[in-house]
Design a protein around this ligand. Structure first.
Ligand SMILES: O=C(O)CCC(=O)C(=O)O
Ligand SMILES: [Fe+2]
Length: 279
């Protein structure tokens, strides 16, 4: 398995991208319409936020899951016992957000959702007919205007040496949602599990965009699109002192959307959040 960036403007971009999602669960895009200047500006703003005490004024709401999740409550990946070494902020258009950061996130949220919607039409168009027959409605309509779609601003703090033995920045996991849109982080560390079980680095070139399949699309496509395990490993040597910021957008369908005979998006999400220990 290899992950090579696909040029969004190339005539074969759609087929190449969907093939990559089918074969690896991941697709990497370059020359895409998301403005890198906006992404960089968000990384800068939020580094200051995580460095300040202000963050504690936005502690997350358990019922609605918006706001700041400090390191002591951050997730323990499914099947793991050690907490990830990270803290994060969950932004929803209706949720908590520092007033001076709202305009930027609103803009990014809109731009990323527009691109996501287009990518879902690519996925749908290039899904084999027998698989597409499982979709209860068009993929883009599952998420269109959804209030569940979540923008997570993640901060992996510098390592201090007192971390729990064996803990890593993000333990191996699969995403819960339909599709995830992830601009390259400001530092490397993201790895994806290949079919042979080995871990491969995901390209982290400035300005590329990583898209991966979540469990909900795996469920809706009867496994045709695999929700591949990924993780974020700890930096080594002098890089230990560096923070890492990333900005995944998790596309979540409207809760009543039927994913399969077994699951609606709402019941599926609830089950998974209980497993993660965050509700
Ligand atoms: O920080 C990253 O690069 C990936 C984060 C991630 O996989 C997640 O939050 O689900
Ligand atoms: Fe993830």
């Amino acid at each position: 398995m290899q992950l090579q960036a696909i040029d969004y403007t190339s005539p074969t971009a759609q087929e190449d991208f969907v093939k990559s999602l089918h074969e690896t669960g991941f697709g990497v895009l370059k020359n895409h319409p998301i403005q890198q200047a906006l992404v960089s500006a968000i990384y800068n703003e939020w580094q200051s936020f995580f460095d300040s005490e202000e963050k504690y004024n936005y502690r997350y709401n358990k019922g609605t899951q918006d706001g700041f999740f400090p390191p002591d409550v951050s997730e323990t990946a499914k099947g793991h016992t050690k907490k990830d070494i990270k803290e994060y902020f969950h932004y929803y258009p209706w949720g908590q957000c520092p007033a001076d950061k709202k305009a930027q996130l609103t803009q990014y949220y809109a731009e990323a959702n527009t691109l996501a919607s287009e990518l879902l039409t690519w996925v749908e168009k290039h899904t084999p007919a027998d698989i597409a027959a499982n979709y209860s409605q068009s993929l883009s309509s599952m998420v269109d205007g959804s209030e569940q779609t979540l923008l997570r601003v993640l901060h992996y703090p510098p390592l201090k040496g007192d971390e729990e033995l064996g803990a890593i920045r993000a333990g191996a996991h699969e995403d819960i949602n339909l599709l995830t849109i992830l601009p390259s982080a400001n530092e490397p560390g993201l790895q994806v599990k290949a079919k042979d079980g080995s871990w491969m680095d995901v390209p982290c070139d400035f300005g590329t965009l990583v898209i991966n399949i979540g469990d909900m699309l795996q469920e809706a496509s009867a496994g045709y699109f695999p929700s591949t395990s990924h993780r974020v490993v700890n930096p080594e040597g002098t890089d230990k002192t560096k923070s890492r910021i990333s900005l995944p957008l998790f596309l979540h369908p409207h809760p009543e959307v039927k994913l399969s005979e077994r699951h609606s998006a709402g019941s599926y999400l609830h089950e998974r959040l209980v497993e993660l220990g965050v509700i």
